[in-house]
Structure formats: C-alpha cells, structure tokens
Design a protein around this ligand. Sequence first.
Ligand code: GDP
Length: 515
Amino acid sequence: AINEEEDNAEDLEPRAPIVTVMGHVDHGKTSLLDTIRQTNVIAGEAGGITQHIGAYNVKLKSGRRITFLDTPGHEAFTAMRARGAKVTDIAIIIVAADDNVMPQTVEAINHASAAGVPIVFAINKIDKPGANPEKIKETLAGMNYLVEDWGGKYQSQDISAKQGLGVDELLEKVLLEAELLDLKANPNRRATGSVIESSLDKGRGYLSTVLVENGTLKKGDIVLAGTYFGRVKAMFNERNASIDAAAPAAPALILGLNGAPQAGDIFHVLETEQEAREIATKREQLQREQGLRTQKILTLDDIGRRIAIGNFQQLNVIVKGDVDGSVEALSDSLIRLSTEEIQVNVIHKAVGQISESDIVLAAASDAIIIGFQVRPSQAARRAAEKDGVEIRLYSIIYDAIEEVKSAMEGMLSPEIKEVLTGYVEVREVFKITKVGTVAGCMVKEGKLKRANKIRLIRDGIVIYSGELGSLKRFKDDVKEVAAGYECGLNIHNYNDIKIGDVIEPFEEIEVKKTL
Ligand code: GDP
C-alpha cells in the first residue's frame, strides 16, 4: 500500500529548499536562473547543467544547496498545486527596477500567497540607468508587502541578473527564509514527491522529471504517479549523468513509466508492480466515472450547506472588476462580511477580464470568482466549466455583497438569474446624424432579440448595459436575428460603439434558490 506513515523526529534530516522564480514577462526570470546555474556549478561535477529537466539543484559556495523549479510561470505553479503537489517552499518574485509592479507581478504574488509560500523579492536590472528600486518597494508597500529595509517582514534584494550583482546575497536571503521553515525529510524510506514534467521520447519511451520530497528514490523502484506506473529502469540528473538514487529535494529524470503523468501529480513508491497496477486502474476508473472532473466544486449555494454541517471556515474569493475603485470597494466589503465562524479571504483581486490564470488559481484554492462589470475570456469560461469553478458576475456591487452574505447565512433568496442568449460581434460602425451610432454586427452564437437587454463589452470589460434602440436586417426592422446572420443595430441612449466590441444579449429569469 501507499506508505503514509509519519516519520519519527529522529529520522529526519535537513533538506534543501525548493524555490520557484515568478514575475512579469521580461523582468528577468530566465536571466536570474541562468546566472544562478552558471555561477553555482557543482564543484567536481564538470559540465554544469546540460539538460533541461524542469528542475535543478545547485550547490552554493557556502556548501549549501537549493533546488530551483524551472516552471514557466505562476499558472504552472498553481496548476501543479491544483493537482495536489506542494513543490515550492519559497517563491522569488522578480520585479524589474526600470519598470513597475505589473499585473503579472501581482498575480505571481497572489498565487504564492494563496499557496502559503513565503516570498523573497528580487528587484532586478539595477545596473540600468533608469532603475528605481525604491519606487518598486514603495509600490509593494502600498500593496501591504512591506520589505525589510522599509521596516517590513519581506526580504528583498536589489540585483542585476545580467551582471550577477546581488545574486549571492539574494540566495543567502532565500536560505535564511528556508531556515525558518526548518525543512526536513527522512532519506531512509520509500520515496514520495511530485511530477514536474513528462514527455514521450521516441527512443526511450516515457520520461518524467520527478522531485523527491521525502525518502530516497532508487533505480528499480516501482513508481506510481497519477494513473501511471512502472519500474524505474534508469534515472538521470540535470547534468545528464546516470544516477542510482535521488535524495530529498533532488530532481530526477526517470524512465520506465507506462505513460506520462501530469505536472503536479504525486508519486509514490510501492512494494509490488501488481499493487501499483491495481491502484492505477482504480484511479483510472474513478476518473472516467467523474468525467475527468478532478476538482471539487465550490459554489455559493454550497456554502450554506457546508456551514450547516460545520466544515467550512474559510471562503476564498477572487475579485475582478472594471476599475480599481470597484475592485477595492468590493474586496473591502467582502472581507468585512467575515464572521467569527467564517473568514472571507480575497486571495486575488485585479482589474480586467477574468482569465484562465484566475480559474487555475480558483481551482487550486477552492475559491469562487466574483466579477463586477467584467466577463471571462472564452478560454476562461471553458476552463471554469471543466474545473467546476463558479464565476459569479454582477453589475451592482451591492448585489454581489448581499448574495455572498445570504450564502454565508445559509439562506439565499430567490435570485434573478441572467441567461445569456447570444454572442454578437461589432464589425462596422457608422455615425448617422439624428440616429447616432449604428453598428454593423454579426451574430456569432445564439440569437439577438430586439427585446433583449444587452451589454457592450470591450476587451473583457463591460462598458455599457442597456437596451437596443433598433435592430434591422438590411432596411427592415426585425424582432430577432439568428447566429450566422448580419444585422444593423443601435443602442438606446449610447453611441460610443467601436469595431471589435462584443454585444452580449441576455434575459432575466427568476429562480428559487434551494439549499
Ligand atoms: P523573463 O521573461 O522574465 O524570463 O526575462 P529575461 O530573463 O528573458 O530578460 C528579459 C530581458 O531583460 C532580456 O533582454 C535580458 O537580457 C534583460 N535583463 C534581464 N536581467 C537584466 C539585468 O539585470 N540588467 C539588464 N540591463 N538587463 C537585464
């Protein structure tokens, strides 16, 4: 069986911290990782890192080790967490000092915080003439991330990834943070850990990079990861050297599984191949039954029920809105709904369209998404459906707050539910005197009815809600236009329509809530 036994304290030995670097694109993540790799080649192990396997371990001049995850970004980090892995001990958030704290910086910070991972800030590109690290620290302070030299608790280091300035100091600060975590593992047990990435190699079959979290993984071990298993035929480290064993916090590329498990799948070593096959088959069956739905579904309606049976203490929400003011107002009000029994946490808030990254974060953190005057992207909508993440969209802040409040009180009142009836694209715009703006549109999905209420959406943000003023096919007024047809329309009392805008028609129906 899977060995879930706790280790005895005397069997535990210190292990290297596992670190992920995250930040806005072009702020220097790759440069920092490259510099760390090049300047910390392990003595006596010539050749340095020759192979990308998704993670690597470096030995610092002080003799201490750090394992870096080379994942593509905070989405990957959170997607792995959604699958059960907790593969990061510390996050380095990198911010370019000649730029600003950017939306992706904020996302990275919030993804790390939602995972409960300590953050160390690397303020990069200080060699550049326009660099202003203090401005970055000031912005962070404004977000309640006060760095140490501003009297706060977050470590930060000014660096130039390109010139190698401050990188050693940064790593020392990472190790300091790691000490507080008191990271330990028992090297003398069957290994467990996470899958970092998998691929299919023409000559060698399935390859998976795994990161050992506890125990020691050995050649010949029977590994079970997700719905796949197999005997480890060969193992390699990040320097492409064949190895016989991988200790805690060491990455290893393994050969021998009968498929490619997903990043974030947990692996275990089992005693017999038969046992591994049985569990893998059972998991596969379960997945089929659940229609591949692996995430639990948290909906607002759920909350009342969960409170009633007493297993709910925390409501995680992600707030997206059209402007800073609405995002702040909504987040503050939601947090203020917290009671002694149930805490409302805003784990991420931002202006703009609801993105796939938001869905990934929600799925991993058991959160619901509250959107005010914004819409999900098509990709986000699909991901939400697949992962069972609830997106609640509002056009009145008060409604959002009232609904969450009622859900927390376990009594949702009848709700006016909105049903989207179509998707319409604006392709041409004509200014016509006395009439105003007439938009030449294409109904892409569903239908557009003259009587519909509509919303005008630009780049995922709701910029106007109202009614149609007219709806025509050629010269004739019509009651409705079906998908695949063009039409001309104008919006009652609104003229700022632009090419590329989306018009979303909807109907309102009253539904009784059941709990
Ligand atoms: P990533 O997208 O976060 O991985 O960023 P990269 O590491 O690819 O860096 C983006 C650009 O910034 C590249 O042109 C780098 O050469 C440059 N860059 C990265 N770090 C520094 C630095 O410390 N100083 C300067 N001057 N440029 C840097």
